[in-house]
Design a protein around this ligand. Structure first.
Ligand SMILES: [Zn+2]
Length: 340
């Protein structure tokens, strides 16, 4: 009889002392705002609610006689016109302009919180982003030489991702397919339509399946700046089903990174997902396990609670002004092998 047989929850999976289970980070709009409030060229990252103001699309909407009240909430307005014949041209124009705007955003040169986030995880881990902006993809791309980076999953589509439908390849928007050298197509963005249909486009369905897979194996979850709006009911349902499969609620850390004023709401919103002794509420990324123990966040925690041998935190992140310095530092963190 093993210890696992008498425990009501699953223990983490290790192979040769190396943790196999992923740490999954779910990011929403709040994370992008914390990482890049404006882009390299000073352009603002719009929220969905007021996106038409920032993109100067109000003149276009006025041509269709929408009132100021109707234009107060883009998400609702878009839901109302979506799929209706009389608004076909308008819908296409809005979709094109929104995607175009996001595609042009550029991550600032100095290290951003997305660089730290990508470099805080390893290849067994995953980041599920519900954002359309390309910053996370751009952060991944410029850190690729560090190696051992997490998988990125975009269930709502993303402006930074390009696809080759022939080769089933996912790459960077605007680049060539590494297989057949054809230009990659822009990944579609999933627009708010009241009822989001995750099954209509095969690439979106695929991202959705990837999200479910990593969540069902997760040994730790961090929800960063994601408000889980009512329009994302499917996302929350997916998380619920996947997390119950993972059976690690009792010992898996659940970290919420969000603003102080959202604490009660956020704790309530995710209460089904965590055991109360395993939840950590942080107001910024720098308070999280990922900052304190980059690349070995879960290993460090499980060492402490399962073996009673806390690791030192001397390899915590610190603030670097140059990306190269951050990358060089991360290359010195090799403790994920658990052989030390
Ligand atoms: Zn191809």
């Amino acid at each position: 009889m093993s210890i696992q047989d008498i425990l009501p929850y699953r223990l983490p999976n290790f192979k040769n002392k190396r943790l196999l289970d992923p740490h999954v980070v779910i990011v929403g709009a709040g994370a992008s705002i914390a990482a890049c409030k404006t882009d390299k060229n000073g352009r603002e990252v719009p929220l969905l609610k007021n996106i038409h103001n920032i993109l100067r699309l109000t003149d276009e909407l006025e041509k269709y006689n929408f009132s100021n009240e109707q234009m107060g909430d883009f998400e609702k307005l878009f839901s109302d016109i979506y799929g209706r014949d009389e608004y076909k041209d308008l819908q296409e124009k809005l979709e094109f302009e929104v995607c175009n705007y996001f595609s042009d955003l550029k991550i600032p040169d100095e290290p951003t919180l997305y660089d730290y986030l990508v470099l805080s995880l390893t290849e067994k881990d995953a980041i599920i982003s519900f954002n359309w902006d390309p910053f996370l993809m751009q952060a991944y791309r410029r850190n690729i030489d560090v190696g051992n980076l997490p998988e990125l999953i975009f269930p709502h589509g993303n402006s930074g991702v390009g696809l080759c439908n022939d080769c089933k390849v996912k790459g960077y928007a605007g680049c060539l397919c590494p297989n057949c050298f054809k230009a990659l197509e822009q990944m579609p963005l999933l627009y708010p339509t009241g009822k989001k249909d995750y099954n209509s486009k095969s690439i979106i369905k695929n991202e959705w399946n990837r999200a479910k897979d990593v969540l069902s194996r997760a040994a730790g979850i961090t929800v960063y700046g994601y408000s889980a709006p009512v329009t994302d009911v499917e996302a929350v349902e997916l998380m619920k089903s996947a997390i119950s499969i993972s059976q690690m609620k009792d010992i898996a850390p659940f970290t919420i990174i969000n603003l102080p004023e959202n604490e009660n709401e956020q704790r309530r919103k995710w209460s089904e997902f965590y055991d109360v002794k395993m939840v950590l509420y942080c107001n910024e990324f720098k308070q999280s396990l990922l900052w304190r123990n980059p690349r070995v966040s879960l290993e460090t925690l499980f060492d402490a609670i399962l073996q009673g041998q806390p690791r030192s935190t001397q390899k915590s992140f610190k603030e670097f002004s140059k990306l190269r310095e951050l990358q060089d530092y991360v290359k010195t963190i090799t403790e994920f092998d658990m052989c030390i």
